[in-house]
Design a protein around this ligand. Structure first.
Ligand code: NI
Length: 246
């Protein structure tokens, strides 16, 4: 059963459980269902109790340039987590199908990236539901979400919980949207990264897309293994909670 599997995973984990930020939500929420296994022939399953795992996350796509990123990941046998916008997923549904087929994880980053702090609870819900439905229709019903701009409050937590989604923030931020500079993005990622890091990047930005080869090479040179967020957090994800790994 899932419970038994979870218990085994807990025993196996050599590092502490993911940090959770208290948001006033009850602790008795049902667990987010485990993700299906990765696609075949991409990368071998990884035991993060043994390996120095980090999760590379890519936001705001897919855009046409995301195809070149997928090419790179396939060549390098890298699995990553894409927090996609519903409107972009609709426009580039082939790229979503490709992400799934190639073993990546697809998360919900809202439909059109509104600022949640000035969005009503009903509209926040609509943004997430619409994206969930589209991704489900494409074969990737999400278990993870990332709020636009990382905005998190009681309303976002309540909606996220009610949709059975766990919220994934980050612990490494190269601030690529500000620098838009490939070398700086690489340098910042490699400077900040630690075991268990969740790395925030944007595949919507061309300078960042050009940084991925050096990011992968640099992380591997430091002994890191790239995994999806679900693999990194070892299945210990709960709806309505938000997660970092330091
Ligand atoms: Ni974003």
């Amino acid at each position: 059963s899932l419970q038994v599997l979870t218990a085994v995973r807990h025993e196996r984990a050599a590092f502490p459980l993911p940090s959770e930020i208290a948001d006033g939500a009850a602790d008795s929420d049902p667990s987010v269902p485990a993700e299906p296994g990765p696609g075949e022939g991409v990368a071998e399953p990884v035991d993060c109790a043994q390996a120095k795992c980090v999760a590379l996350t890519l936001d705001d796509g897919p855009v046409p340039g995301t195809a070149t990123v997928l090419d790179l990941f396939a060549k390098e046998k890298v699995r990553a987590t894409f927090f996609v916008l519903g409107r972009n997923a609709k426009a580039h549904s082939k790229l979503i199908r490709r992400m799934i087929a190639e073993g990546h994880l697809v998360g919900n980053h809202s439909w059109s990236h509104p600022e949640f702090w000035k969005t009503s609870k009903a509209k926040i819900r609509k943004q997430l539901v619409r994206t969930d439905r589209l991704l489900a229709a494409l074969g990737a019903r999400p278990t993870l979400m990332r709020p636009p701009y990382g905005e998190w409050d009681a309303r976002v937590a309540a909606v996220t919980r009610s949709l059975d989604l766990a919220a994934i923030l980050w612990s490494v931020d190269p601030v690529d949207w500000r620098s838009r500079n490939t070398k700086k993005v690489v340098k910042q990622v490699l400077r900040q990264v630690k075991r268990g890091s969740i790395i925030l990047t944007h595949d919507s930005l061309k300078p960042t897309r050009k940084a991925y080869p050096a990011i992968i090479k640099g992380l591997r040179a430091k002994g890191y293994t790239l995994v999806t967020v679900t693999e990194l957090l070892d299945g210990n994800l709960r709806a309505g909670k938000r997660y970092f790994r330091a």
